[in-house]
Design a protein around this ligand. Structure first.
Ligand SMILES: [Zn+2]
Length: 229
């Protein structure tokens, strides 16, 4: 059975898992460090986001607090920005950096940035693919029909991987816009730039790790399908 195949565990699962853990550890380390460093301006994440949005004319985009840790996100359907409690109230380099990044997504939306539009368009089909993916694997395994299921698995998992691929430029671009606005509006000092960059780069790395893990898995499915033909 393919899921007990040692090659799958050794060459696909393990590197993907290690890369993901390493990325999480880097993010944890960067956050741990820069959530302790206050910005000289004294601005909270919420205030920094407000300043960036207002300066772009996005006065109608609310900045709200959301529960949880690192649950920060911009919701394009609501045209609203949500910051986790720590980043909403915090005035650290990490909090301001994350708030600026989420504001960057709002700026993308305003600018009708093509990759964000594409990503939004793919949300329904990706949600559907994520929902049925586990069921298809389980069904193929229980019925011993993985051989026939593989093409479906490849298409479904391919959709999920494509979504992760399109997420990358969206995330990098949001961070680029964030840094640009933070420095242009003087919300962080010259000496704080490196810290902001470290936090945002560490966050971006988790998306890269997730994509690499998925590409390895997809490659494994494709190889398995070819070997069975
Ligand atoms: Zn983002």
């Amino acid at each position: 059975m393919m899921f007990w195949d040692y090659k799958y565990l050794l060459f696909v699962m393990l590197p993907g898992l290690l890369l993901g853990l390493w990325a999480q550890w880097r993010l944890h380390a960067a956050f741990g460090k820069f959530s302790q460093v206050p910005v000289e301006s004294g601005l909270t994440g919420a205030q920094a986001a407000r300043r960036i949005l207002d300066s772009a004319g996005l006065t109608g985009v609310p900045v709200a607090e959301v529960e949880g840790r690192l649950t920060d996100h911009y919701d394009p359907t609501k045209r609203a920005l949500f910051l986790s409690t720590d980043n909403y109230h915090g005035n650290s380099v990490a909090a301001v950096g994350v708030a600026a990044h989420e504001s960057g997504h709002a700026l993308q939306h305003q600018a009708a940035y093509a990759m964000l539009d594409l990503r939004m368009a793919l949300v329904p089909i990706t949600n559907f693919a994520s929902t049925i993916y586990g069921a298809i694997l389980l069904l193929g395994w229980i019925m011993g029909m993985m051989k026939f299921m593989l093409p479906v698995v490849i298409v479904v998992f391919g959709v999920i991987t494509l979504f992760q691929l399109i997420t990358l430029p969206v995330e990098f671009d949001a961070s680029r816009r964030a840094k640009e606005q933070l420095f242009r509006l003087g919300l962080v000092r010259e000496s704080e730039r490196a810290g902001v960059a470290q936090v945002l780069d560490a966050a971006a790395l988790t998306y890269v790790a997730a994509l690499v893990g998925s590409l390895l898995t997809l490659l494994y499915y494709i190889t398995a399908a070819r070997n069975r033909n």
